[in-house]
Structure formats: C-alpha cells, structure tokens
Design a protein. Structure first.
Length: 422
C-alpha cells in the first residue's frame, strides 16, 4: 500500500482554520439554506375581503375562459400577444385545462388597499366570515393550493386594526377545521425591519394561543416603500429580513404603484418596467439570494376589458415573460381576464426553454457529454426550471421523466441540492 502523501499543515493549524471560520459556517447554515424545492405559485390573485366566496376560483376560471374565447381561444390569444406559432399551439390545450381545473394558484383575501377603510364591526365580521369560507372551501377541496389574507400595515395608524383582523382570521380558522396547508399571510407597506420582527412576534403569540407548532404561521413581506430598499443609515434593510424573522418569511412581493408613487413618478409612468422599479427588484433579488425566500413581481393595472383588451393582454403577457426572464417567477393578477395571458406567457416561457433544459439534464443523468459543460449550480437551475414547469402545468410529469431520465423525486433532489464547490 503506497504511503500517504506528506502535508505540511498540522492538526492545530486546521483546528485554528475551523475556529476562524466557524461564525461564517454558522451564518451560511442559518441564513442561506437555499431553496427547499417546494412549489411556488406563478401568481397571486387579490380580491377584497368582503367578496371572497368558496366558489370564486370557479367563477374566475369561467370568466377567464370566456375572455380567452372572445380572442378566439388560447392559441389565437397566444398568437395575438406575440407567442411563436408552434409554441402557441403547444400551450393552448394546457392553458385551457389549467383555466378549467386550477385557474387560481394563490389567492389573497385583501383587507388592505383593495378593501379600504370600514368601521370595526364590518371588518370584524368580514374577517371571521372569510375564515369560515376558507375553512369550508378547504374542506370541500375548492380552495386554491395557496390562500390567505393581506392585513393592514403595521404603521401606527393601521397597526391595531391589522393585528385584530389577523387574530380574528387565524382564530376563526383554528376553530373551524384548522389551517389550510397552503396558508399564506401578507404584511404590506413594510418600511423597516422592526415591523417584520413585530409580525413574527404576533404570529408566534398566535401559535402559542392555538397550540400550533412553532413556525407554522409564515408570511410574505411587501416591498413597496423606498425606506425598506435604502434606509436612513445608508444600508439596505431588506437584506436583514431573512435573519430578522428567520424561517417565517416565505416571499418578498414588489408593490409597483406604492413604490413608484413614493418616488414621485407620475401615474402614467408607474410601471413594473420603470428603471426605479427594476432597481428595487434587483436589490430584493440580491437580498434574498440563497435564503430560500421567494420573489414576486407586482401587477399590471391595465385590465383586458373593452376596447383596450388586446393592448392590455399584450402588455400583461410581455410583463409576465419579462419577470420570468429576470428571476421573478410570480406576479399579481387583479382581474379574471388576466389569467389567460398569465398562463399563456408562463407556459410559453417553460415550453421554449424545455427542450434544451431537458436535454442537458439527460446528459447529467446518463453521464454523457453534451455541448455545454454544466457546473453543479447550473444543474440545480436546470432542474429547478423543469420542476417549476411541471408544478404549474406547463410540462407534464411523464414527459419530464421520459426526457430527462429523472423521476419527480430525483428532479426535486437535484433542484434543491445544497451548495457545492465549483
């Protein structure tokens, strides 16, 4: 047996190295665990708190199909918004099936801007009613995969009302069948880290009150104030959120119109693609890279109704595609007629990228050489791309398995693999 090669560093040398980097190791473990591979919805639909009913997804799906039919069907709509003919043809039946079976992936029952200011008795009643309806929808399997509320902000003027609505909603859910698996809560108009820490404390108190496991209640932070992107001390407070409420924050959602209005941008120029909006989203992206916190773009307020329907559809489809390309695979939808272009654009994005992604994953699976030498990080990205396409319905699980050689478990394992050297 050959002798082991001689090294110069001693065991104490290596121990000192581990000691020196111990804090870094713990920070990476705590703050940057990576994406867990769980499903992320491609959109969030907002409806006022007093208008939610268990039948709402069915009603929105029907209205979305009627809107698509008015454009000649999903394939014709795809062509009219600029999707290449072969892709439009391929995604059309998938989109039509989606609108018939799961038109809303994530639903937020809104008690903030979309709801407005009501007297306390009215909001109390609406919060409890919404919870009972969510419980009924969940029990009847009518609820979308993800559902929850957006309460009012934790600014002084609305804090007590926001906390009360949150308490009433969670308490009523707990008393009427329990919390849905896909429960999500949204905290709007966050301007500093302390508000996020306060939200985490409120949720922890509600867990204790209802005997829920620690960490069961998780929430999204809306990034819609300049102060969260650039603080008074010159730092980016948004970058501190992952540690401020470790494990509780599931996503950052960009608030297009509040943010751009706060910067003094005139209403006609407030847009998801304004350079100021892009800057904020770039900072958000950097802030949560590696943390497992997801990103969502905002909404387009140009609705596909009346004489401007085609213009609105084209704008919406372009913005959806733009967001995907920039690493924001989720956005907001405000009207049923936006659903056809949401799914047409999302499915086109995945179908266009799928042939190359699946071929490169097949080379990884088979251990063969392809035209591209993929490093582990790229393999994770390729697997995540295909898996997200399967999760939203753009790619079938059977074709993914056939084309990549990877079943759902193997694909998930590659997509959520931990950081490696290289």
């Amino acid at each position: 047996m050959p002798a082991r090669p001689r090294t110069a560093l001693t065991a104490p040398d290596l121990a000192r190295l581990d000691d020196r980097l111990g804090d870094t190791d713990r920070l990476l473990e705590r703050a940057y665990p990576g994406d867990d591979g769980a499903r992320q919805p491609v959109h969030t639909v907002y409806v006022p708190g007093d208008r939610y009913t268990p039948e709402l997804p069915v009603e929105w799906g029907r209205a979305a199909r009627e809107a698509a039919a008015s454009a000649g069907g999903a394939e014709a709509l795809g062509l009219r918004v600029g999707i290449e003919a072969a892709i439009a043809k391929a995604v059309a039946p998938l989109v039509e099936r989606k609108l018939a079976t799961e038109p809303i992936e994530d639903l937020r029952i809104d008690f903030e801007d979309g709801y407005g200011v009501r007297d306390d008795a009215a909001e109390d009643a609406d919060a409890v009613r919404a919870a009972k309806r969510v419980a009924a929808a969940t029990g009847a399997h009518f609820a979308p995969p993800f559902i929850g509320i957006r309460c009012k902000s934790f600014e002084a003027a609305t804090r007590a009302r926001g906390v009360r609505t949150l308490d009433l909603f969670i308490t009523a859910l707990a008393e009427h069948g329990g919390l849905p698996d896909g429960l999500l809560l949204t905290l709007p108009k966050v301007s500093n880290v302390a508000q996020v820490e306060a939200m985490a404390e409120v949720l922890a108190a509600l867990e204790r009150a209802h005997g829920l496991p620690d960490g069961r209640l998780r929430f999204e932070v809306q990034v819609e104030t300049p102060q969260l992107v650039l603080g008074a001390d010159g730092t980016a407070p948004v970058a501190r959120l992952a540690l401020a409420a470790r494990g509780r924050i599931v996503g950052l959602h960009f608030g297009t119109y509040d943010y751009t209005a706060a910067l003094g941008i005139a209403a006609p120029y407030q847009s998801l693609e304004h350079p100021a909006a892009d800057h904020a989203k770039h900072v958000m992206q950097l802030a949560v890279a590696g943390t497992g916190i997801r990103l969502s773009d905002g909404s387009s307020n140009l609705l596909p109704v009346g004489d401007r329907a085609l213009e609105a559809w084209r704008t919406h489809a372009r913005l959806v595609r733009r967001a995907f390309e920039r690493g924001f695979p989720q956005g907001w939808d405000l009207h049923p007629a936006q659903l056809p272009t949401r799914f047409v654009a999302a499915y086109a994005y995945y179908r266009e990228g799928y042939p190359e992604a699946s071929a490169r994953l097949r080379h990884v699976h088979d251990g063969t050489a392809g035209a591209v030498l993929d490093e582990p990080a790229t393999v994770r990205a390729l697997a995540g791309f295909v898996r997200r396409g399967v999760q939203c319905g753009a790619i079938t699980a059977d074709e993914a398995a056939a084309d990549t050689g990877l079943d759902e478990v193997a694909l998930a394992g590659l997509a959520s693999a931990r950081r490696t050297a290289g």
